[in-house]
Each structure stands twice: as structure tokens, then as C-alpha cells.
Write a protein that binds this ligand. Structure first.
Ligand SMILES: Nc1ncnc2c1ncn2[C@@H]1O[C@H](COP(=O)(O)OP(=O)(O)OP(=O)(O)O)[C@@H](O)[C@H]1O
Ligand SMILES: [Mg+2]
Length: 216
């Protein structure tokens, strides 16, 4: 199987305690996998490791069959990864919605007009074009979450790591996110506590617990 993400005997501990251990996982090309587990089980920390934000793990992390052993090696794959954090408060780089959604495209050298058109298209497809001129910090938690998702999807990463993508969304926004994510053929790891959301999206569900990842 062609794998986008492979984890072998991955473990992580911070200065005070072991967060998770014995984590083994293969996420195939365009496969959608969900991870559930109790509060504090280490789901967000695991996603942060895969997203290249925590390096002091033990075991193997491979992206597209390349073993990642350092920050430098991760750099080559950073643009392939779209990571939505659980808390999007610190995520935004520009104060205005449309500018923020354009930001990653502008950073890739795409000119302002093209970036603007693409940003508007993605906001329309997600039914949030009415927010385009709003200040990010005046948006509700759910609105912020869906804007953050737009700014990730616009760069068309090969892998999506989504930490509780629907935790502040109302039912119609959640349905929109389900439809959007179902229409995207990419490898994904989705962390969520919402069972019905997961059922609509990911055929494979694991629980993270003290033994590692167990198939549900
Ligand atoms: N920056 C940090 N410093 C110290 N401990 C941390 C830090 N981040 C997380 N932890 C601890 O690591 C453990 C795992 O946290 P993590 O956020 O990964 O859990 P989670 O499974 O995502 O939980 P939830 O379902 O509540 O989001 C928790 O005990 C938490 O207190
Ligand atoms: Mg979490």
C-alpha cells in the first residue's frame, strides 16, 4: 500500500509525563482515518507531532515513505501538510478574513488578484463569503474555525490533519464541512469527539489510549 503517513512505535513525553506510547499507524493514499479518545489521551499532541510541531518524540514518523528525523527533514514536506489546530485562536496571521485566507497563497508567490479570486471562491464554496471583510477576532468560535479550514484547504495540501474540525460548529456548518471533506480526495487524520460526524467521514476509526491506537 502507498502510505502518506506511517507511525512506528511512536511515543512522546514532555518534561513531566508520558503523553502517549506504542502508537502504530498507516494512513494510505487518500485514506481518511479518525482518532477518538478521552480528554487528555494525547490526540492533539499526536497530531502536533505529525504536523511537525513537536520533535522530541521516540519511534518513527514517515511521510510518503520518508523517515523524518529532524526539523530540517520535515521542512521538505511542510507544504504538503494542512494542519487545523484544536484551538484556532493563535492560528490567524492577518486581521481580516479574506486577507487571512489569501495569505498562504501570497506566501507561495501567487499574485494578489489570483489569490483574491481563489480566496473568494473557497469562501463561497464554504458558504461564508459574507464574512470576507470581517475582522477575524470579532467572529464567533465556529466562524473562526471554518475560516481557518478555508485558509488550509486553499493551499491544496496532500495531507489534512484536523483537530476537532466541528467542535464549535452548528449543525448546518457541520454538514457543510462533512460535504466538503467528503468531496476531497486526500489523506486525512481527523480527531473528533463527534461520533455521527466521524461516521459520515471516516471508515476507519481508532481509539488512542494507554496501549496506543486501537482499531474500533
Ligand atoms: N503544552 C503542554 N504542557 C504541558 N502538558 C501538556 C501540554 N499540552 C498538553 N499537555 C498534556 O498532555 C496530555 C495530552 O493532552 P492533549 O491535548 O494531547 O489531549 P487530547 O487527547 O487532545 O485531549 P482533548 O480531548 O481534551 O482535546 C494532557 O494531560 C495535557 O495536560
Ligand atoms: Mg485535543
Amino acid at each position: 500500500m502507498s502510505c502518506s503517513i506511517t507511525l512506528k512505535e511512536l511515543s512522546y513525553e514532555n518534561s513531566s509525563k508520558k503523553i502517549f506510547e506504542n502508537v502504530n499507524l498507516n494512513v494510505g493514499h487518500e485514506e481518511k482515518v479518525a482518532i477518538v479518545g478521552a480528554n487528555g489521551a494525547g490526540k492533539s499532541t499526536l497530531l502536533r507531532v505529525i504536523a511537525g510541531l513537536e520533535y522530541s518524540y521516540k519511534g518513527d514518523l514517515e511521510l510518503f515513505h520518508n523517515k523524518i528525523s529532524s526539523k530540517k527533514e520535515y521542512k521538505k514536506f511542510r507544504s504538503d501538510i494542512g494542519y487545523l489546530p484544536q484551538d484556532v485562536n493563535d492560528y490567524f496571521l492577518c486581521p481580516v478574513v479574506i486577507e487571512d485566507v489569501m495569505f498562504n497563497l501570497r506566501a507561495k508567490g501567487i499574485n494578489k488578484e489570483e489569490a483574491y479570486c481563489k480566496a473568494l471562491n473557497i469562501l463561497e464554496s464554504m458558504n461564508i463569503s459574507h464574512l470576507k471583510d470581517r475582522t477575524i477576532f470579532d467572529l464567533s468560535g465556529g466562524e473562526q474555525k471554518i475560516v481557518a479550514l478555508a485558509s488550509i484547504l486553499i493551499t491544496e495540501p496532500k495531507i489534512l490533519l484536523l483537530d476537532e474540525p466541528t467542535n464549535a460548529l452548528d449543525s448546518s456548518a457541520e454538514k457543510r464541512v462533512v460535504d466538503i471533506l467528503n468531496s476531497i480526495k486526500k489523506s486525512m487524520i481527523i480527531v473528533s469527539h463527534h461520533k455521527t460526524f466521524i461516521q459520515k467521514l471516516a471508515p476507519t476509526v481508532y481509539t488512542l489510549n494507554k496501549n496506543g491506537l486501537e482499531l474500533n
